[in-house]
Write a protein that binds this ligand. Structure first.
Ligand SMILES: Cc1ncc(C[n+]2csc(CCOP(=O)(O)OP(=O)(O)O)c2C)c(N)n1
Ligand SMILES: [Mg+2]
Length: 413
């Protein structure tokens, strides 16, 4: 018997300075596509910074920054077809924006408002909401992909997760069923090297996460997740493969979480500053910018115009978020059951009574109720997003501190 050989490719086209390492794929000549990808990456980064600023000033709850992961989401979002279904996790702002989820919806979600998961744009309506329980979404994606297969539809379910999630039973069960039934599903693993404070090296004994696919009987590979050319190229192939009945694919994107795990985390307590400094040298936005500048098609003037355009869009979304009004307290429960089980119905009544009492108390001038809230009950926020006319450099926007006593109610992780 001949032992089988594991074929595990790794793809990278650009080095960290944006220099080309080999022949680029044919689509790399498409300047419009490249600038579109770059624009989305910049928009995501500026939105992300704004979301962190909103959390710091108590306007939203906990937020999971996408800082450093922009290439992964932008590539996925650019390539999925409208009829495909995204089954995301909580670090997927980049791809959600490209699927048609509105920025204000993402803010509503992280503000604890259920409307943030009821996407208004029909383009995003068939996608799943953000999944916080680790890896459970991988199984949901297999359910979606099974439906596509049974109906004979040429559609793909794309699901994302982190490196840590690949150690969960749910993830491994999903791979197993995907391989056994040869489902049209693409698993994209955002290997950002950390699962909160647990580094990749002590999460799993296998040298790669992509090889978990091999154990389940299908193709897995690694890409440089900071190189948009590599991610785009391999996701394109994976989607085509799955769409044409050739089975699932797992793509492990090697990246780095430049920010804290969430705004409730303080990564300086467990990550060496030197490691983070080195990771900034590899980051994806600068890399594509350097490539475009090297071609002579990008300069400071274009950069400033793009930042101004994106910042205006981000601000517009904040305005929309802030004028959305708040939902009644029972809305946190309204989307859980079609028919309430009796004990929970009782608890719901209790909640309503309590909310009514609090409202009555705060209406009374002697109640000592907090007065520095705006009409929607949120704290004031004058902090602008971003860094005014430039993208954050190494050391900025990372290792963000939890705000002491911030009003954000949604805890995560
Ligand atoms: C089932 C479950 N267990 C534990 C958690 C707590 N938790 C939240 S994020 C996280 C780490 C996930 O790390 P990784 O999969 O690498 O994704 P990343 O956040 O790094 O993108 C954990 C353990 C959870 N949300 N769900
Ligand atoms: Mg991780």
């Amino acid at each position: 018997m001949t032992p089988s050989k594991i074929d595990l490719p790794y793809t990278r086209y650009l080095d960290p300075e944006g220099r080309v390492l080999g022949a680029l794929p044919a689509w790399a000549d498409d300047f419009n596509l490249l600038t579109k990808l770059y624009r989305q990456m910049v928009l995501t980064r500026l939105f992300d910074l704004k979301a962190v600023a909103l959390q710091r000033t108590g306007r939203i709850g906990t937020y999971a920054p996408t800082l450093g992961q922009e290439a992964i989401g932008v590539a996925i979002g650019s390539l999925m077809q409208p009829e495909d279904v995204l089954v995301p996790y909580y670090r997927d702002t980049a791809v959600q924006l490209m699927r048609g989820v509105r920025m204000e919806e993402i803010l509503l979600y992280w503000g604890g408002d259920e409307r943030g998961s009821a996407f208004v744009d029909p383009a995003a309506a068939q996608d799943f909401p953000i999944c916080v329980p680790i890896a459970t979404q991988a199984l949901h994606a297999c359910g979606v992909a099974s439906a596509f297969k049974i109906r004979g539809e040429h559609r793909v379910a794309v699901t994302t997760c982190g490196d840590g999630a690949t150690s969960k039973g749910d993830f491994l069960e999903a791979l197993n069923v995907a391989g056994t039934w040869q489902l049209p599903v693409v698993f994209v693993v955002n290997n950002n090297q950390w699962a909160i404070s647990v580094p990749r090296r002590i999460q799993c004994g296998a040298p790669t996460l992509a090889q978990k696919a091999i154990g389940a009987g299908f193709h897995g590979e690694q890409v440089d997740g900071n190189d948009i050319f590599a991610v785009y190229d391999r996701i394109q192939v994976a989607l085509e493969r799955a769409r044409h009945g050739k089975g699932p694919v797992l793509i492990e994107c090697l990246s780095y979480r430049l920010g804290d795990h969430t705004t409730a985390d303080d990564a300086t307590r467990y990550r060496p500053a030197e490691e983070v400094k080195l990771a900034w040298l590899e980051e994806p936005v600068k890399r594509l910018q350097a490539f475009l500048a090297g071609l002579g098609v990008w300069d400071e003037e274009r950069e400033q115009a793009l930042i101004a355009e994106c910042q205006a869009l981000v601000q517009k979304s904040v305005d929309a978020f802030e004028s959305a009004g708040i939902q009644p307290v029972e809305a946190v429960l309204d989307y859980v059951y079609a028919k309430w089980p009796a004990p929970l119905a009782e608890q719901r009544e209790w909640l309503l009574e309590r909310a009514a009492r609090r409202e009555a108390q705060s209406a009374s001038p002697s109640s000592g109720a907090v007065r520095d809230l705006d009409p929607q009950g949120r704290g004031k926020c004058d902090n602008p997003a971003g860094s005014g006319g430039r993208l954050p450099q190494a050391g900025e926007g990372q290792q963000v501190r939890p705000a002491v006593g911030s009003a954000g109610g949604v805890r995560h992780g």
